[in-house]
Design a protein. Structure first.
Length: 249
């Protein structure tokens, strides 16, 4: 080539091209590995675009379609959560009859928690939902609602209008104080219960003695006998209706 003519090599073209864009690279900076990586990235982008095309357009936030999908997702989650709560945690029960007056009246609606039914943990004074099916003296298909009075292992004695308890580890009876009952309430055993010996009962390890607060009319353990733990279906925790009488039980 003649003197004074510009001499261009492949390296010069690359260098000058980079300078025009504001970046400076030497030919050594661009290796075969870099080129291969770029080709691989391009291929992956192509595959990704193919997937998007195959499955439809991506929903953009703020669009009507996105808002509809978001609402549907929220509703589905709410429905599933509601089913889980109703099946496993809480149940709604209607009170029928006067056996729990004055604590609960016929027509009241209560919510009962089911957690205790999994751990089998109940205490004296709990208001429980009971399954009385197949018990002698009970023919209704409905559940009962009563109060736990006697616990597993205890001996319950009903005498002279009072309830006496002998704990499993004791030889002495004590008079049960039932502050949830109206003053002057007397507790007696019906004739059918007396014939069955329910005026004094020693409870097994899985049995509870339950009675209604309205002692003169309640059909309970004084006639039906002790309730096994598997018959307890929930523990009433709150009255939600009537609305002007909402209260924690």
């Amino acid at each position: 080539m003649k003197n004074g003519e510009n001499k261009f090599t492949e390296e010069t073209f690359i260098s000058e091209g980079m300078e025009a864009s504001g970046e400076t690279f030497s030919a050594e900076d661009i290796s075969s590995e870099d080129i291969a990586a770029e080709n691989t990235e391009a291929e992956e982008n192509g595959k990704s675009e193919g997937k998007v095309f195959a499955f439809g357009k991506k929903l953009e936030k703020g669009t009507t379609a996105y808002e509809i999908f978001d609402w549907l997702r929220t509703i589905c989650i709410g429905v599933l959560a509601g089913i889980f709560i109703v099946v496993f945690l809480v149940q709604r029960d209607n009170v029928s009859g006067d056996s729990m007056v004055p604590t609960l009246n016929s027509g009241d609606v209560v919510f009962a928690q089911k957690i205790s039914t999994y751990v089998k943990n109940y205490k004296r004074g709990d208001i429980v939902i009971l399954d009385g099916s197949d018990m002698e003296g009970y023919t209704s298909p409905e559940y009962l609602i009563k109060r736990v009075v006697g616990l597993p292992g205890e001996t319950i004695r009903i005498k002279d209008g009072n309830v006496y308890i002998k704990p499993a580890d004791s030889t002495d009876f004590f008079l049960l104080q039932e502050n949830y009952l109206p003053t002057g309430t007397m507790t007696y055993v019906m004739d059918t219960g007396l014939k069955k010996g329910y005026d004094e009962v020693t409870l097994a390890d899985n049995e509870y003695f339950c009675m209604g607060d309205n002692r003169p009319v309640s059909n309970d353990s004084r006639n039906l006998g002790p309730f096994t733990v598997n018959r307890i279906k929930g523990v009433a925790v709150i009255r939600v209706f009537p609305l002007n009488e909402i209260k924690v039980l």
